[in-house]
Design a protein around this ligand. Structure first.
Ligand SMILES: [Zn+2]
Length: 286
């Protein structure tokens, strides 16, 4: 800019391309205001990495016709870790061996749980024997949720669009997350998967989550199996039925012993809770 507060057109044309130079020259110059740099992508007019990132992401997905309704995932009544897991599934970026091997060719794509078959999401969640055992226990034997021809991403997308199964999305999502966790335990900690323990963990997690968040629906029956038919979802009244059948999941027994410092007398207490932390019974003894 010149001392007369006019654009130095010659200098601008030297530095910038003709298009950019023309844009600059067309800008009005305020005769009395000081010059300052304004960042146009946010309201504060100040640069921030957050605003830049948001702008880039919005541009990236502006014309993306396949972009799903992400709120369907973020609004699910599941733990935040499960939502993050679902987000990766939806983007098909879960680092299964097949996915990693497609980028890093020295990685073995075979499933470490069964050592048979490529570890894709379809194999890991639907076809791997380790997964089918968990589903069988969660669904109590035969089920019509999926078969050997089902592609995981098709089924996953159905969760959010098919009214016949959408009522159980939280349970399917949590079950897949635990299958993935069991797989990671084997790969990273060499802990062998145990379908029975995994199933029990899923049932306990779901019960705890429902209890903490006071959810009104409960799509497990009294034995902890998934209820596939929406009309049979338990009401709050039938949840009490679970307490009458709590032996299906086992008990948690805690024993506490303390000593009175003045009399040196010992006191022992035993409390029994069910899988969801509900009080079952207690005993005291001196
Ligand atoms: Zn496998």
């Amino acid at each position: 800019m010149t001392d007369q507060r006019e654009w130095n057109i010659q200098l601008i044309q030297q530095i910038f391309s003709s298009d950019t130079a023309q844009v600059i020259i067309n800008l009005d110059i305020h005769p009395r205001e000081e010059e300052s740099i304004h960042w146009k992508v946010n309201n504060t007019r100040k640069f921030s990495v957050k605003a830049l990132y948001k702008s880039k992401i919005e541009n990236l997905y502006r014309n993306d016709q396949t972009t799903r309704d992400w709120r369907a995932i973020w609004n699910l009544e599941v733990a935040p870790a499960v939502k993050n897991f679902l987000w990766k599934c939806a983007h098909e970026i879960l680092p299964t061996n097949a996915k990693t091997a497609s980028i890093l060719h020295y990685i073995d794509s075979i499933c470490k749980l069964c050592n048979y078959g490529e570890e894709s999401m379809t194999h890991m969640f639907l076809n791997c024997p380790a997964a089918t055992e968990v589903w069988q226990q969660m669904l109590d034997g035969n089920h019509g949720l999926f078969d050997h021809h089902t592609v995981f991403m098709d089924w996953f997308n159905d969760w959010f669009h098919n009214a016949n199964i959408s009522h159980n999305v939280c349970i399917y999502a949590t079950t897949c997350w635990f299958i993935w966790k069991a797989r990671c335990d084997l790969v990273f900690q060499n802990i062998s998967p145990n379908a029975k323990n995994t199933t029990l963990s899923i049932q306990q997690h779901l019960c705890d989550h429902n209890k903490i968040h006071k959810l009104h629906f409960y799509a497990l029956n009294t034995q902890g199996h998934i209820i596939e038919n929406e009309s049979h979802i338990a009401t709050p009244e039938t949840i009490f039925g679970i307490q009458q059948h709590k032996q299906s999941f086992g008990f948690l027994i805690k024993i506490c012993t303390i000593q009175d410092p003045s009399t040196y007398q010992f006191f022992s207490a035993l409390t029994i809770t069910d899988f969801a932390g509900n009080y079952v019974d207690s005993r005291g003894h001196t």
